[in-house]
Design a protein around this ligand. Structure first.
Ligand code: FAD
Length: 539
């Protein structure tokens, strides 16, 4: 039997349910095929505040709150130079959402999937997709096995692969590249009777570095704690082979003094499970008639609990992409490139941050930590570029500040951090000194700065807009049409006064004043960010 839908989504995890809900709300007919029957087990309990706006947008926040999951206010770590645990709190960087949740994934994922159903998605559990069907290079549907074991075919205008680490399409098309830096594996289980940290950090995730890797302890609302060890994949596999997963996990815990104390009177009540083969990127993430979402597209080491956030975020972006591609095929190719750029920007942020953390730890000495100290072993990123990719040219905040404060970084890297920060401070000071002379400045684009017309996100779709790229922001930043017009006219010969006059042409007096204010404010940001310089050599 053949059926036809606008979109088929493979997988009902956070990525799949998000993209399906958003597309159904746009009025598309969406079929979601999930091989398991929910609630199903899944690791990954600790959420980031960045997920909260997406949960709000999906309309599931009340249900998530009602589930009673523990609010998570930050992270506590035994990591870096310090021999005692230190904490940092989300409120340092996120005033709107100063907390997230430690969720029980079977329940959390079910809330999201039921929400898809409530929004009109045709959700079918116990249905396994076997293969994505192509007509030439275009994905046109899927072959799947229904709950009764019957082989079926569903045709679709678009196929969304949200099949998680299994990565159906990535494997079918050979799109995966493995990350040589994160050659780790995890063994984890659930413990009853774990001690919690003392207030106010009792709901924090606790992370302890020890000689063979690091351990996590995530308190859960059902009284259990999710506890896991991340170790080198080769030595880990040897250990697992020798003593079995449970013994191996207990051996790892025994080597970490703080974790041992927390778990002294506990017992493992669920698990253990082992996850291998992680940290990869699929490219391209978008092709003719298909898109990859969440772990199906890429996965980075779980150190920063970024997986669910990346899945939700890419689900929202993918829904915008599919909407745009189905409505206006003319924008599809360019918007697909932007989808991949936006996803990789967020992925790289966590990857570089995790690499920094690994390379900066001095709590424990061993092969594991030695091997992870070389920042540039696997790619051509200079320390300066690594830093810029990590913090996007901004002063370090949150985790970034923590790694710089508690870790021991390679001297070249520390030098780059200082250089980037002092350049910014110098440009800011230069601009302040020029305040009386602003109208006479002759701005031009700095080396490496570029303005491009590209698809940008707007109202749940991709539409044409402007993106600015510079050496300090290689990933690009969307900019307003005023900034775009301004930048298209800076040539090192036209003064700020002339630029303002041209932009004011035809406006009435109050508008003229507003334009001048907006241009001067934009110029300040552009000078301080290093997007423009003064052609007389200053700035
Ligand atoms: P998934 O949640 O894996 O969902 C994919 C779904 O697709 C599954 O339900 C699966 O059954 C279904 N599926 C697969 N194949 C098929 C098929 N052929 N047909 C139909 N359905 C199919 N993230 C965090 O945010 N916080 C953490 O603390 C955290 N800790 C982690 C610890 C470890 C050890 C690991 C490995 C990961 C951790 N993560 C964490 C990552 C997080 O679990 C994932 O990033 C997240 O679940 C990704 O969501 P997803 O929707 O892309 O994939």
């Amino acid at each position: 039997m053949r059926e036809i839908h606008d979109v088929v989504v493979i997988g009902g995890g956070p990525g799949g349910s998000t993209v399906a809900t958003m597309l159904a709300r746009q009025g598309f007919s969406v079929l979601l095929l999930e091989r398991e029957n929910f609630p199903r087990e899944h690791v990954g309990e600790s959420l980031l505040p960045a997920s909260m706006p997406v949960l709000a947008e999906l309309g599931v926040l009340p249900a998530v709150q009602a589930a009673g999951f523990l609010p998570k206010w930050g992270a506590t770590m035994l990591w870096g130079r310090d021999r005692t645990p230190w904490s940092w709190h989300f409120k340092e960087t996120n005033q709107t959402y100063p907390h997230s949740y430690q969720v029980w994934r079977p329940q959390f994922d079910q809330i999201l999937l039921e929400n898809s159903r409530a929004n009109g998605v045709d959700v079918r559990e116990g249905h396994r997709v076997r293969e994505i069907i192509f007509d030439g290079n275009k994905a046109v549907g899927v072959n799947y096995q229904d709950i009764a074991g019957q082989q079926r075919l569903a045709n679709a205008g678009f196929v969304v692969d949200a099949s998680g680490q299994g990565g159906l399409l990535g494997r079918q098309l050979g799109l995966r590249t493995w990350d040589s830096f994160f050659q780790n594996l995890a063994v984890y289980g659930y413990f009853a009777g774990s001690k919690q940290l003392s207030a106010p950090d009792e709901n924090n995730i606790f992370i302890e570095a020890y000689s063979q890797g690091w351990l996590w302890n995530i308190p859960l609302h059902n009284g259990w704690a999710s506890v896991g060890a991340v170790v080198d994949s080769v030595t880990g596999q040897e250990g697992l082979h020798k003593v079995g997963a449970k013994e191996y996990l207990l051996e790892q815990i025994a080597q970490a003094p703080a974790m041992s104390q927390m778990l002294a009177n506990s017992e493992m009540v669920c698990g253990p499970a082992v996850v291998r083969d992680w940290s990869y990127v699929c490219q391209p993430m978008v092709g003719d008639g298909y898109i990859l979402v969440g772990d199906a597209a890429c996965f980075v080491d779980p150190l920063f609990s970024s997986g669910v956030h990346l899945a939700l975020m890419s689900g929202v972006l993918a829904a915008a992409y599919v909407t745009s591609a189905l409505k206006d095929p003319g924008i599809a190719k360019a918007a697909g490139v932007v989808y991949e750029e936006l996803y990789l920007k967020e992925y790289r942020h966590f990857r570089e941050l995790a690499r920094l953390f690994y390379s900066s730890n001095r709590t424990a000495e061993s092969y594991f930590w030695e091997a992870r100290r070389i920042l540039d072993a696997d790619d051509s990123l200079s320390p300066r570029n690594a830093f810029i990719q990590t913090v996007a040219g901004q002063p370090p905040r949150g985790y970034e500040r923590a790694v710089l404060g508690h870790g021991t970084l390679p001297p070249a890297f520390v030098g780059s951090v200082r250089e980037v920060e002092s350049e910014r401070v110098r440009r800011g000071k230069w601009f302040e000194d020029e305040l009386d002379n602003l109208h006479n400045l002759l701005p031009c684009l700095a080396v490496g700065a570029r303005l491009e017309r590209k698809p940008v996100l707007s109202g749940g779709e991709f539409q044409w807009g402007y993106v600015l790229t510079s050496l300090n922001r290689p990933e690009g930043t969307e900019c307003s049409s005023l900034v775009a017009v301004l930048l298209s006219r800076v040539d090192g010969r036209t003064s700020v006064a002339e630029l303002i006059a041209r932009l004011q042409d035809g406006s009435d007096q109050p508008q003229k004043g507003q334009i001048e204010q907006s241009v001067l404010a934009a110029l300040q940001i552009l000078y301080v960010d290093g997007v423009i310089v003064d052609s007389k050599g200053a700035g």
